[in-house]
Write a protein that binds this ligand. Structure first.
Ligand SMILES: Cc1ncc(C[n+]2csc(CCOP(=O)(O)OP(=O)(O)O)c2C)c(N)n1
Ligand SMILES: [Mg+2]
Length: 622
């Protein structure tokens, strides 16, 4: 007879999660490192009580201050751990649960694992409608947790305790699978969490999910090598998949032996260090002039671990060579076939090795390599001008980012996600270590930065972690500062204050629109627009009230001093930096944001004409 152990569903879940591991390259990793949570009636007496009783060191608890933020922290941890380790996040029913929906979307869009465990309404239904229950007259089989379905790679609701016997193995398979991974949601009705079942003992035995490194087919490899050998202007685009596959050394070898130029996406920054002679830096809407010029003429583009989103492809205008062909190395067949690419489906590290061997003796044509060198030198000159002091401006955002780059060095990691910072930093940042740059630019979710920095610090305690964010993002979500203080973790938060949603304001004005709704200004009389004086917020004081050290820096020397103080500090430091709203870096590619076809505003009409001209450059690659 099968040996069993009688546990309630919550306890069985805790015991199960403690026994899950991943293994890659013969090294084992915990799959679920702990549980972030905020308790309510929907999870405190069930799963919460089980965590208290059975969690211990094998499944520690982290107390968040906002459910969305705890998912951000979990995702950032998983990203920093190359998707080999993750966290679970639990909430009560109702608002606690729906607060996590955005976080789940961040995970799934970025292909990062997180286990979402929201409480759910009673499976037994008797006491309903319960506090925080959404009544849905057309069906009683619906709760707010159904909102997680489209943002989850696996979704289930546990209506009987024994259902976890089939649900959890599926959940773990998806979390550990590099092609499938994303948010996994297991909704837990509050009554079921507390119900017991005699679970088979072997359900709780150690499980190891092997993360394999599949090779691509020999046939497609031969075809890819033939394409490259005939290429005159090859370019490799490195995305986040290079990091997840731990393929940075393989990429360096490929770039060194073949002399192929490499451009990087937001997620791919650091995949090849900027000092490498093949590195062209960032590509696309927020790319460098040099990378984009080389990309425009490229005839064979090797895409490695990238989803080819609109920022990378400049809304399908980046590659203008009429005969351009794509080769895509990707663990996901869907990404490997984008742009009609020759698909090399499998692990980036393995396939870069295969391709390096298949191309033995081949080097990118010398004239092209020389053009790449000239482009690198030209960018170096342009970059220096962009970060130079501007007359009459105490400190620009470009100077700020250049200074943080210097302070960060090879031992720090800069975390960012939204606002004007991602665009400027992708261009300007010179990666000195493969993991010095952490960008959430898949969902570009305001509010990710501080919580994300916390997740990175947990994943890599030895690194100095910097959160870079705008005033808008800080105002949206900054309360995990308290959690960082509570956990005794050091973070340096650099806040670029331009009194508003600056990048959107710039977009609005750039598309011919009037200033409307994007600056933080007082309303001066009823029904007037928000056109009064700027609303002043003392961010340093705000951070101090939460337990951080608050510093202010309005000039380069003040910033240098503040960064030096932060470096010596042991806790959370926030540096409030005022930057001008109207000094922006130029863009070197186009982004498709539709401009109104009908408007009385002359600026909008002119922008529409320019828009219609730009759209004509969009290519259909197949
Ligand atoms: C959660 C969320 N809401 C809205 C947006 C759209 N959005 C993108 S950037 C931005 C403004 C961000 O303002 P701030 O953080 O001050 O950065 P700035 O643009 O001023 O550099 C907004 C509203 C978003 N990315 N995420
Ligand atoms: Mg701002």
């Amino acid at each position: 007879m099968t040996k069993t152990v009688t546990l309630n569903m919550g306890a069985a879940l805790v015991r199960f999660l403690q026994a899950q591991y991943t293994r890659r390259d013969a090294i084992e990793h915990r799959l679920i490192h702990g549980v972030w949570g905020i308790f309510g009636h929907g999870n405190v007496t069930g799963f919460g009580q089980a965590l208290e009783e059975h969690g211990g060191r094998a499944l520690p608890y982290f107390q968040a201050k906002n459910e969305q933020a705890m998912v951000h922290a979990a995702i950032a941890f998983a990203k920093a751990r190359q998707r080999l380790g993750a966290f679970a996040c639990t909430s009560s029913i109702g608002p606690g649960a729906t607060n996590m929906v955005t976080g789940a979307a961040v995970a799934t869009v970025n292909r990062l694992p997180v286990l979402i465990l929201p409480g759910d309404i009673f499976a037994g239904r008797r006491p309903g409608p319960v506090l925080q229950q959404l009544e849905y007259p057309g069906s009683q089989d619906v709760s707010v947790n159904d909102c997680f379905r489209p943002v989850s790679k696996y979704w289930d609701r546990i209506n009987r305790p024994e259902q976890i016997l089939t649900a959890l193995p599926e959940a773990m398979r998806v979390l550990a699978d590099p092609a499938e991974t994303g948010a996994v949601t297991i909704a837990m009705p509050e009554d079921v969490q507390a119900e017991s079942y005699a679970f088979p003992l072997h359900f709780f035995e150690k499980r190891v999910y092997n993360v394999e490194r599949p090779a691509c087919s020999a046939e497609n490899l031969r075809a890819a090598a033939a394409l490259l050998r005939a290429a005159r202007r090859p370019l490799l685009v490195a995305g986040g998949g290079v990091h997840y596959s731990d393929a940075t050394a393989a990429l360096e070898k490929f770039a060194t032996t073949t002399g192929t130029a490499v451009a990087v996406t937001q997620a791919g920054k650091g995949a090849l260090l900027d000092a490498h002679p093949s590195c062209l830096g960032a590509i696309g809407v927020t790319g460098t002039a040099s990378a984009n010029a080389i990309a425009s003429d490229a005839d064979v583009v090797i895409c490695v671990g990238t989803r080819l989103n609109d920022f990378t492809t400049a809304s399908k205008t980046q590659f203008q060579n009429p005969r351009v062909r794509f080769v895509a190395i990707n663990i996901h067949a869907c990404d490997a076939r984008k742009h009609g690419a020759l698909p090399l489906v499998g692990d980036a590290r393995t396939i870069l090795g295969q391709l390096t061997r298949a191309l033995a003796g081949w080097r990118a044509p010398a004239p092209h390599r020389a053009a790449v060198q000239r482009a690198r030198e030209a960018w170096s000159v342009t970059r220096a001008a962009l970060v130079a002091p501007k007359r009459g401006v105490p400190l620009t955002q470009a100077q700020l980012l250049d200074e943080v780059n210097r302070a960060c060095g090879a031992s720090g990691t800069a975390v960012h996600a939204s606002g004007g910072i991602p665009g400027d930093i992708q261009k300007l940042w010179r990666s000195q270590a493969t993991n010095d740059y952490h960008s959430e630019y898949g969902y570009s979710c305001m509010g990710y930065e501080i919580a994300g920095a916390l997740g990175v610090k947990l994943a890599a305690p030895e690194r100095d972690v910097y959160a870079l964010l705008g005033d808008g993002s800080y105002l949206m979500l900054h309360t995990e500062i308290v959690t960082a203080v509570q956990e005794g973790l050091k973070l340096t938060i650099v806040l670029a204050d331009n009194h508003g949603f600056g990048c959107i304001h710039g977009l609005q004005r750039g598309c011919g629109g009037n200033s409307f709704g994007n600056e933080f200004r007082y309303r001066t009389r009823a029904h007037s627009r928000l056109e009064g004086a700027p609303v002043a917020v003392d961010f340093a004081k705000n951070a101090e009230s939460l337990g951080a050290t608050g510093l202010r820096a309005n000039t380069l020397s003040e910033l240098r001093a503040a960064l030096a103080t932060a470096k010596r500090a042991t806790g959370v430091v926030l540096i409030h930096v005022t930057v001008p709203a109207d000094v922006r870096l130029p863009g070197y590619s186009w982004w498709d944001v539709p401009v109104s076809a009908t408007s009385k505003i002359p600026g909008v009409r002119a922008a529409r004409v320019a828009y219609e001209r730009a759209v004509k450059k969009q290519q259909f690659y197949y």
